[in-house]
Design a protein. Structure first.
Ligand SMILES: Cc1cc2nc3c(=O)[nH]c(=O)nc-3n(C[C@H](O)[C@H](O)[C@H](O)COP(=O)(O)O)c2cc1C
Length: 341
């Protein structure tokens, strides 16, 4: 098994769950952890909002013992506020590392000069990384997108390394590409070749074979998986098993996948994170690709409340006798003593 290392943190394995706003909350990260992901990162949170003490933004750093090691991702452009918010989150949640976002392509983020908007300002990137790494006790990492030109992209990756980051994730798409088109593995490979810190490859990893291809082609130290994990945390078991043994595991049984959904709901209840809109989306994600799902989707779209979604999802649960029914999974989790630290 390969071990990804971040600062003095040696991980079991090399698979990382991508930070995804609106997806990778604590309950979802816990599910991925159960299926063997090596490392998880919070949804990005705004440094400006953390400095203003916005509770929702601060709470994005919520963690618990079962998901460690974990990192908190920050987004911002003012070095002072990034450092203040990072320090505050470090003291409050004791994450194993802090990550900075230099990749988000959303208009409302780049118009404030944050996310991938920073890729046009290499000097400011250097200042941010330097100030953060001097402020923090925990390791600092960065996640970036590529630019059109390889030389310019490498220049930024080098600045990130030189300024004190312990590892870097490279998403092989430009800001303009958003989430479409191919991830440029040649750029990722080129950056890996030139840097001494660990490089994590991101983009276009969706199954066992693509994972192995990206790992072998780029020679990177780790793989970060985003969209392929949405509604499918089991992907981490499949990919890690394949990378270790070369064997492809059977698809997850429908009942087990629904069990994951019910567990997600129970965890959300436990952490007071359950909302109707989130659940509606999550129910669709966890049933994607299942047989006869169209009818269920239409029904879910008509719902107005959480209970109705749950009823529809329970109706899909045709798991074999002997397995725990949905209600029992939920009850068991609700009785368990899950703690937030
Ligand atoms: C719904 C969604 C939300 C995302 N939110 C974040 C985020 O908060 N921080 C971040 O660095 N990247 C974010 N990303 C980008 C992913 O981390 C990842 O870089 C991208 O999806 C490419 O990986 P993939 O091809 O495996 O999906 C988001 C992507 C999606 C689809």
């Amino acid at each position: 098994m390969s071990h990804l290392t971040i600062g003095n943190l040696k991980l079991k394995g090399n698979l990382v769950l991508a930070p995804m706003s609106g997806v990778t909350n604590l309950p979802f990260r816990l599910l991925c952890k159960r299926y063997g992901v090596s490392l998880v990162i919070s949804e990005m949170t705004s440094s400006e909002a953390v400095v203003r003490q916005n509770p929702k933004s601060i709470e994005r750093g919520f963690t618990c013992a079962d998901e460690r090691p974990m990192g908190i991702q920050l987004m911002g452009s003012a070095p002072d506020n990034l450092a203040r918010s990072a320090y505050f989150l470090q003291e409050r949640y004791r994450p194993e590392f802090i990550d900075v976002n230099f990749g988000c392509p959303a208009q409302e983020i780049i118009k404030n000069g944050c996310g991938s908007g920073l890729l046009r300002k290499p000097e400011l990137i250097g200042k941010i990384i330097e100030q953060l790494s001097q402020t923090l006790e925990v390791p600092l990492t960065a996640k970036m997108r590529i630019l059109k030109d390889f030389g310019e992209t490498l220049k930024i990756a080098r600045i990130i390394e030189k300024s004190g980051a312990c590892a870097i994730t490279v998403h092989g798409r430009t800001q303009k590409q958003g989430y479409s088109g191919k991830s440029n593995l040649d750029f990722i490979k080129g950056i890996k070749k030139e840097l001494s810190i660990p490089v994590i490859a991101n983009g276009d990893i969706y199954d066992e074979k693509s994972a192995r291809h990206v790992l072998e082609y780029t020679d990177c130290d780790g793989l970060m998986i985003g969209r392929a994990a949405i509604g499918h945390p089991y992907i981490f078991r499949r990919i890690s098993h394949y990378l270790e043994t070369g064997e492809i595991l059977p698809e997850q049984e429908r009942g087990e996948r629904l069990g994951d959904f019910f567990e997600y709901v129970a965890l959300c209840r436990n952490y007071d994170l359950l909302s109707f809109n989130d659940l509606k989306l999550t129910a669709q994600w966890f049933t994607k690709g299942m047989e006869n799902v169209k009818k269920v989707r239409v029904e879910i779209n008509k719902t107005q409340e959480i209970d109705s979604i749950m009823e529809i999802m329970r109706g899909m649960d045709d798991r074999a006798p002997g397995r725990l029914p949905a209600d029992e999974i939920i009850e068991q989790l609700e009785r368990s003593d899950l703690q937030i630290i």
